[in-house]
Design a protein. Structure first.
Length: 426
């Protein structure tokens, strides 16, 4: 093992982190190579800086005029220079403050400075690099974003164990969750929770959120737990009784044997899908400043060895957006756009509550709602809709997922009329 990796591992000996890192997580380190030497030179090389592989003139990055013309407000540095491995420090601090503001339960609990990654997918994959091993089991609800299978199972050989998401009465099936947590084998428990959920559009209410935390805290008495929180759709909560914090907030201070990893980003939260900017943040009751430093260095090693760093121009634009005086009002406006669509769908479904073929699963948040297809093939319904020029997603031939985020409110009645019509005609 590389001496720097050994040094990092020695500083966390005997702690939770020592026990839960994957083989790769133990091996990886951030080299004292070009990036680290460049950082040193940025601070100290006042005469010539001949370190980084960028082209500059008179101390500023070269930028082609046809590009600078379309982004007049950004300096060449903000537009085209490399971003630091873990992201532009100002953006990292802004996002840390955002996490505290959105999650009052965090209180004065410590967590790592969020590290910038190229979108949530990358954040999830990097978290998996550091903690998922061949032979580990990852617990997921039976309704989950399909990409988790590629990340956990195909990339890391980590098997997926699911629990039933909804009970027969339409609440989260937390008895099934508790049972799966209790009976999963292994000394390290891996979980991935995603609220608002893709594909159902469900988020827990207060008592459900509390029970999830209680179940995990109790289990942490017996073994180590790593919980990844995929908060892609954070903030799109449309009902009053919904738990509006990330589960990262209670979990990051829940138990000494529990590590919470928050993966979030501006993709959906700030309506910047193609910017490719996400964040990875670590929190755990037993982790001190040294532990967070080791985690971030290992994450930086994983970033450096895969994507190197994230888009600089996207980070510069986000700093402008997040510090703009109008930002909050603009975001609220678009939240209301999505909430109006949600309300319209609830209104449409109220008159179709006992449809024999399409059963709406509970939803209260996010971009999506899903139907369970009873007695018909979801894939056949998808194809029939496609033949009429309508695109929806079919899952396991049982569910269809509708992204109402992509349909204007006025056109929702027509869309749902078509869906019901085709389901009846099959
Ligand atoms: C639950 C969930 N997580 C993560 C992502 C991916 O986000 P990103 O585009 O930032 O990689 C998506 C995108 O559809 C998603 O639905």
């Amino acid at each position: 093992m590389n001496p720097i990796a050994r040094e990092l591992n020695d500083t966390i000996k005997g702690t939770l982190l020592d026990r839960v890192l994957s083989d790769f997580g133990r091996k990886i380190f951030f080299p004292r190579g070009i990036v680290a030497q460049t950082t040193e030179a940025t601070e100290r090389a006042h005469r010539f800086n001949a370190t980084v592989g960028m082209a500059s003139r008179e101390g500023r990055p070269i930028i082609l005029p046809s590009l600078s013309r379309v982004i007049p407000d950004l300096s060449p540095d903000e537009a085209v220079s490399y971003a630091p491995t873990a992201g532009v420090p100002e953006l990292r601090r802004i996002w840390r403050d955002e996490i505290r503001k959105k999650n009052p339960t965090v209180g004065d609990a410590a967590f790592s400075l969020p590290a910038v990654v190229p979108g949530l997918t990358s954040g999830l994959s990097l978290a998996a690099d550091l903690f998922f091993d061949v032979g580990n089991t990852l617990i997921l609800p039976d309704m989950f974003w399909g990409n988790y299978r590629l990340i956990a199972d195909e990339r890391h050989g980590t098997k997926i164990a699911t629990f039933r998401f909804f009970s027969a009465t339409g609440e989260l099936d937390l008895d099934a969750f508790a049972e799966t947590v209790r009976t999963a084998t292994g000394s390290k428990l891996l979980l991935l929770l995603n609220f608002p959920n893709n594909p159902t559009g469900y988020s827990p209410n207060f008592s459900e959120a509390e029970r999830i935390v209680t179940i995990l805290t109790a289990e942490a008495e017996h073994r180590d737990i790593v919980v990844v929180l995929d908060d892609a759709y954070y903030g799109l909560f449309y009902e009053r009784n919904t738990y509006t914090e990330s589960l990262f907030a209670p979990l990051c201070r829940a138990h000494k044997n529990l590590l919470a990893i928050k993966v979030d980003g501006t993709t959906k939260e700030e309506f910047t899908w193609g910017f490719r900017i996400g964040f990875v943040t670590f929190g755990g009751a037993s982790i001190d400043a040294t532990g967070y430093d080791v985690l971030v260095k290992k994450l930086m090693g994983a970033i450096r060895s895969s994507v190197s760093n994230s888009s600089r121009i996207a980070q510069s634009l986000l700093i402008r957006l997040l510090t703009s005086a109008e930002h909050e009002a603009e975001k609220k406006h678009e939240f209301e756009t999505l909430k109006t669509r949600y309300r319209k769908i609830k209104e449409i479904l109220a008159s179709r509550a006992d449809h024999p073929r399409l059963h709406a699963l509970p939803f209260n948040s996010g971009y999506f709602m899903s139907f369970r297809c009873d007695g018909i093939s979801a894939e056949a319904l998808r194809i029939a809709l496609l033949d009429s020029g309508i695109g929806v997603i079919s899952i396991d031939d049982v569910f269809i997922r509708i992204a109402f985020s992509g349909v204007d409110t006025e056109r929702l009645p027509e869309l749902f009329d078509e869906i019901f019509h085709h389901a009846e005609a099959l």
